[in-house]
Design a protein around this ligand. Structure first.
Ligand SMILES: CC(C)(COP(=O)(O)OP(=O)(O)OC[C@H]1O[C@@H](n2cnc3c(N)ncnc32)[C@H](O)[C@@H]1OP(=O)(O)O)[C@@H](O)C(=O)NCCC(=O)NCCS
Length: 126
């Protein structure tokens, strides 16, 4: 990894039920990557929103962030189950780390138009 890069942990505030931890990779006051975890019900933690600045990719920053977060969860979340919705670029590292692959999930979308018909449409022909 780039030698000047450091990793900062942003802990959960502890003031609400929403528990999120973040790790920020930075160099010379510039954020070059981040990674997060969110605590959920039933002793689950979700890994989410990994991102590395385009100019700094393929230098091991995601791996370094991932390993730092993993050390933390092994101390703080023993007995929990970690899961993630992986994209093609993040899946290989998760598989390498021993995560098992579940179902695929496909993104779908639809534009909501102005004045959508409310209830069943009544066609008038004359
Ligand atoms: C995915 C992302 C975080 C990887 O960051 P990175 O710092 O470039 O990754 P690293 O250099 O630490 O690579 C770690 C491992 O991830 C995998 N990986 C990273 N980029 C990859 C790519 N373009 N294609 C396939 N695998 C990739 C490889 O297994 C790699 O290990 P290797 O270098 O030994 O082959 C970065 O490309 C990104 O921000 N992408 C856009 C956002 C995104 O898709 N985030 C995932 C959200 S779930």
């Amino acid at each position: 990894m780039h030698k000047n890069i450091q990793i900062l942990h942003i802990p959960s505030s502890g003031t609400t039920q929403y528990v999120k931890h973040s790790w920020v990779a930075h160099v010379n006051n510039k954020c070059v990557g981040h990674i997060h975890l969110q605590r959920e019900a039933n002793k689950k933690i979700k890994f989410l929103d990994a991102w590395v600045h385009e100019d700094y990719r393929r230098q091991g920053i995601f791996r370094a962030l991932w390993n730092t977060r993993w050390e933390f969860v092994n101390k703080e979340f023993k007995g929990f189950k970690a899961y993630a919705w992986a994209k093609p670029m993040s899946l290989p590292l998760l598989l390498e780390k021993g995560f098992s692959e579940g179902d695929n999930c496909i993104y779908v979308e639809k534009q909501i138009k102005d004045n959508p018909p409310y209830g069943p449409q009544c066609f008038v022909s004359c």
